[in-house]
Design a protein around this ligand. Structure first.
Ligand SMILES: [Zn+2]
Length: 308
């Protein structure tokens, strides 16, 4: 998710929780059993694989955001990006911090504004050890902020870059699944090195992505009342292909859906809901998805604790 059209991108701040404003310890009345776990005990080893810390609404309070994430059991994060300025800003945030990494890429919303030299810039950024993926890239026919031919061209060019550089890909696709698959196929990229981030696809498309070898990441959208099909998709992903994320500052999960901006601490709610639909515990999901993320993104497991 990226930019002005994303759900949760409007509205006002912040934390009304207790304990110094931590969102994970407000009153828990009215929550179902699956969510209670996320509140009662901060879970160990959560990995928010997709958050936009360089987005204005998080960047201005980034140390506090990271501290709240750490307090909620988040030990690692990947800062996703949507254009060149954002990619540079993200790198500057993660460069000196333990257990934070970033991606670099041009989002389909920004495809029409990609400067001529954008691939050169992305290649330079890709040389940085903390920059571990190309993304988020893909197609968005829901908002159509860029003409579709520009979206397809910029997606294909960045897939080619990822293939050349041996980087994994963070893919955004919205109401454009068939075309996304088409561009992926034409690119010759190893689709086992692609994560379908912030999945909003029905089970049949999730199945197709899995058949192509992709990993699938679920955001707070999986907690929304009306997304039962997405929960079916979350139930069918094999253990070793599952990731979780916040996509913050967008997509605040239930039961803090009105909180804007969303932030990485809330990945605990995503873990809790995914656990409930898969008949397991939030702790097990935290453990599993952290191991998957370390493997998928090629990261060592022995990093130091998250600090801000
Ligand atoms: Zn995003």
């Amino acid at each position: 998710m990226w930019g002005a059209g994303a759900p949760g991108s409007s509205g006002t701040v912040t934390f009304q929780g207790e304990n110094g404003g931590c969102p994970l310890f407000p009153a828990i009345d009215g929550l179902d059993g699956g969510l209670r776990g996320a509140y009662d005990v901060p879970m160990a080893k959560l990995f928010d694989t997709h958050c936009h810390l360089a987005h204005g609404r998080l960047r201005q309070q980034v140390d506090d955001v990271i501290a709240r994430a750490a307090a909620a059991g988040v030990t690692r994060m990947i800062c996703a990006t949507g254009d060149l300025t954002d990619s540079k800003a993200a790198l500057s945030i993660v460069r000196e911090r333990e257990n934070l990494w970033c991606s670099a890429g041009v989002h389909p919303h920004e495809a029409k504004d990609a400067p001529e030299h954008y691939l050169t810039v992305l290649e330079e950024l890709a040389a940085e050890p903390k920059n571990i993926a190309v993304g988020e890239i893909g197609l968005d026919y829901h908002y159509d902020f860029s003409p579709r031919d520009a979206q397809r061209r910029v997606f294909a060019e960045q897939l080619d870059l990822a293939r050349r550089l041996g980087k994994v890909v963070v893919m955004h696709t919205r109401e454009a699944f068939d075309d996304s698959v088409g561009v992926l196929r034409d690119s010759g990229i190893d689709t086992a090195r692609v994560v379908l981030h912030c999945c909003t696809e029905p089970p049949e498309n999730a199945r197709r992505a899995l058949d192509m070898g992709m990993t699938i990441s679920f955001s707070g959208i999986v907690t929304f009342k009306k997304t039962s099909e997405l929960r079916q998709a979350a139930a069918l992903v094999p253990d070793d292909r599952l990731l979780i994320e916040t996509d913050s500052p967008f997509c605040s999960p239930e039961p803090v859906r009105r909180m804007h901006p969303n932030e990485p601490a809330n990945v605990a709610h995503v873990a809790a809901r995914v656990a409930a639909v898969r008949g397991t515990t939030p702790e097990a999901i935290a453990e599993l998805t952290t191991a998957n993320a370390l493997r998928f993104f090629g990261l060592g497991a022995d990093e130091k604790p998250l600090t801000c």
